[in-house]
Write a protein that binds this ligand. Structure first.
Ligand SMILES: C[S@@+](CC[C@H](N)C(=O)[O-])C[C@H]1O[C@@H](n2cnc3c(N)ncnc32)[C@H](O)[C@@H]1O
Length: 292
């Protein structure tokens, strides 16, 4: 999807035009809202801008820029439109299968033979909680009936709204379509069209608000010391420009225990492989870190 560009299809001219328009919108939003959106990927800002133009029936980018300048409400709507919180239970089937069969059993063995008998997991942009609950189901099934091994999941997101939703553990019944009937029946209670996560799962998860760009804070405060065996940071990196992806990956690297695993979204694999991470199994989006 391309921003309306009035002067033909010269790619370099189009690129320069898009950057100018985005810079103008960024400045307007910074002045109006005090929010800096310049950290987002240009292509993401461009498609968001195009959507807002369409919604407002604007024929040109200039017309939309003028609207932003005079209408604070549209500035808020634009910023809100950048908060993509789409998520699914067991979102990437291959990643989940490798986690279930290879990674989590290996982590459990490692933990049992070490001094810390607790598996520590961080879901670093958990949105409405689907990711954290999916991990909890896998871990619960792994440790069920086993002594001497426990797990704890710290699930964070920058959005209070998403964290409240995650804490409530309530989902539309259709949200469970990715779960087997057995798992849906075992871990959720259904009332009409709403399903609620069972407290046996919830008690292992600590939800809290945490911005991955918060200055000076390495790991989520709720976890106190990080030391995670597994960090899931999925479907978030690609929204940000390179230096901001680097900041997030540095933060995560700092919180991973030696030999720990990082999980991303499937379309973010290339980003991570440029950062001293090696993919555990082809296409799995699960990584270990090579030693420096
Ligand atoms: C598309 S959702 C991905 C949810 C889940 N990880 C998944 O893969 O299904 C992206 C989430 O990242 C969160 N997010 C974006 N920027 C963030 C930041 N700087 N710190 C923490 N969370 C952030 C958003 O609030 C949103 O809930």
């Amino acid at each position: 999807m391309f921003l309306l560009y009035p002067a033909g299809d010269d790619e370099s001219l189009r690129g320069a035009y898009v950057r100018t328009i985005i810079r103008q919108c960024t400045e307007t939003i910074l002045q109006s809202q005090g929010i800096d959106i310049s950290k987002y990927e240009i292509s993401f800002l461009e498609s968001s801008l195009q959507k807002r133009m369409n919604e407002n029936g604007c024929d040109s980018a200039e017309e939309y820029c003028a609207l932003l300048e005079r209408d604070r409400k549209e500035c808020t709507t634009f910023v809100d439109a950048l908060q993509i919180s789409y998520s699914l239970f067991f979102r990437n089937p291959l990643t989940c299968a490798v986690l279930e069969r290879m990674v989590l059993p290996a982590v459990a063995l490692q933990r049992k033979s070490s001094r810390r008998h607790e598996i520590r997991v961080w879901s670093a942009a958990c949105a409405g909680g689907e990711e954290a609950y999916s991990l909890a189901i896998l871990l619960e099934e792994l440790v069920a009936g086993k002594e001497n091994i426990a797990y704890r999941i710290f699930a964070t997101d920058q959005s209070d709204v998403q964290i409240d939703k995650a804490r409530s553990g309530e989902y539309a019944a259709t949200a469970l379509n990715n779960l087997t009937l057995k798992r849906a029946g075992e871990w959720f209670t259904r009332r009409g069209d709403t399903c609620t996560v069972r407290s046996e799962l919830q008690k292992h998860i600590e939800f809290s608000t945490f911005d991955l760009f918060s200055d000076g804070i390495g790991c989520p405060p709720a976890s106190i010391f990080g030391d995670f065996d597994l960090v899931v940071c999925a479907n978030l990196l690609f929204y940000y420009q390179e230096p901001f992806r680097d900041t997030i990956l540095a933060k995560i690297g700092h919180c991973l225990t030696a030999g720990g695993y990082l999980v991303t979204g499937e379309t973010e694999r290339d980003i991570v492989m440029r950062h001293r991470y090696q993919e555990l199994y082809p296409q799995s989006a699960i990584f270990t870190r090579s030693t420096p």
